[in-house]
Design a protein. Sequence first.
Length: 200
Amino acid sequence: MTFTSSSKCTVKTGKWVSWYDGKTWTKASDVDIDHMVPLKEAWESGASKWNAATRKAYANDLKFGGTLVAVTDNVNQSKGARDPGEWLPSQKVCKYAQNWVQVKYRWKLSIDSAEKKKLASILTGSCGSKQIFVPARATIKTGSSSTGSGSGGSTGSSGTDPRFSYCYQAIDAGYGPYYKGRDEEYYWYTDGDGDGIVCE
């Protein structure tokens, strides 16, 4: 990938191949960086017990290439916080399932029964029972959850964005706005005016 950046280190141009749908993009605005295992899914699978530093390390994991993936923005929005039992990409389903298992293993995250059933059917079916490379385990430290204003979404879990303490910090770093029901990050912040959008 080649890119140019502004003085704030925000990527402005480049070339990205979204393997979820096979599209190639040259505008940063057409691409999202997807957490293979979404933040909300990670939270519900064990990250709620991590300390803030571990959650931040997960959100920014560059040590294993399968954790963060550049993909077409509307495809990422379609995926949302869903697991493989609820959503799969239109292409490279085997790679997707393998990466999902690798990230869950690396970060010691649990897999529920519906998720496990779907992954097993993919990995032992069309993928031909391929062996999965096991990545190095991440360092996990537990601790009290950060106090925060996030509502945690429909499951009622709570917590804060592992990267930023306040919306203005997320905005300054080029993130947001986040929409209720579409972006898992929405649930880490307080929607003061109740319009379904935070970090505007």
